[in-house]
Design a protein around this ligand. Sequence first.
Ligand code: NAP
Length: 336
Amino acid sequence: MTLRVGVIGTGAIGKEHIHRITNKLTGARIVAVNDVNAAQAEAAAKGAGVDARVFDSGQELINSPEVDATIVASWGPTHEEFVLASIAAGKPVFCEKPLAVTAEGCRKIVDAEMAHGKRLVQVGFMRRYDRSYRQLKKVLDDEKIGAPLILNCAHRAPAAPGFKGDMAITDSIVHELDVLRWLLNDDYVSAQVILPRKTRLCDADLQDPHVILLRTAQGILINIESFVNAQYGYDIQCHVVGETGTASLPEPADVILRSEAKLSRAILVDWQLRFIDAFDVEFQDWIDCSIRGEAQGPSSWDGYVVSVTTDACVKAKQTGNIEPINIPAIPAFYAG
Ligand code: NAP
């Protein structure tokens, strides 16, 4: 069977996914596209060499008998509506983060999916598919460094054009929030946000960097530095201190150069290059699972938990206090 996929939102990442599914992966075909800008949707399909039907609305695309499964890559505030429509249609849906822009919206999706009785939703937390994070998780799961005690993490990007307000938390740190609880098999219980000296190299109204301190149910302390105007490169770090050793996220592989009296290695500057392989693995997995009638990747519940945690981080930034994170017990539907 070839999975017939419709894509809603053909902007930057939607176009990438159309290209990826058409030219790199197997088992799926892009048959439908939709964007508020219909000409852009048509151009995105044609640009990838796809002859797809352009739908006037996301709802029509989801409900079309020509479409087996949907990718939602439109603007964040539209995600909830399109994911709920996919559940109502009983079709698999891959939703780029955020699952919804409020925790209540995520909870509605969780409730709708449980009422439907079968998992249909995968959220685009691609770091879980990154080879280096998977290697680090195996070290932790195999208890090679005993129980984890402290995590020191950094999310640094060269620049963040268009970032305003709390976007460093709501747009980028969400990936840390998902991957770290997956890495630790643990959930967060509190958040604190500390604002260090602000860099001069960003918009005057943007706070950058932030330090986010999270505590988990098992008592692990996580320190995430978020620095989105770091100038020098795109640099994701995760260093775990355990009872009997430490473990660090491997650096992206590159040539180590000894030349001109220097020992050097290039630093990535582009987030897409850092996670390009993870996106491919993530989508191949989604296609394969959808064909088998399963859903295995990051779930609606994961999207909901990240949203609750994000809200607590934003509140902690405003209050300067340690804010509790109240995550309900995971429903049996999503456990395991
Ligand atoms: P983008 O370039 O702005 O693309 C979004 C597209 O969706 C635009 O073409 C937009 O049209 C269209 N759109 C907006 N509302 C729509 C609606 N109601 N129906 C159909 N199309 C609609 O943004 P992007 O960078 O691709 O991001 C898209 C989503 O992916 C965001 O939620 C973002 O957070 C997520 N994302 C995830 C990752 C990741 O690391 N996993 C990376 C990048 C982005 P207009 O431009 O005309 O408004």
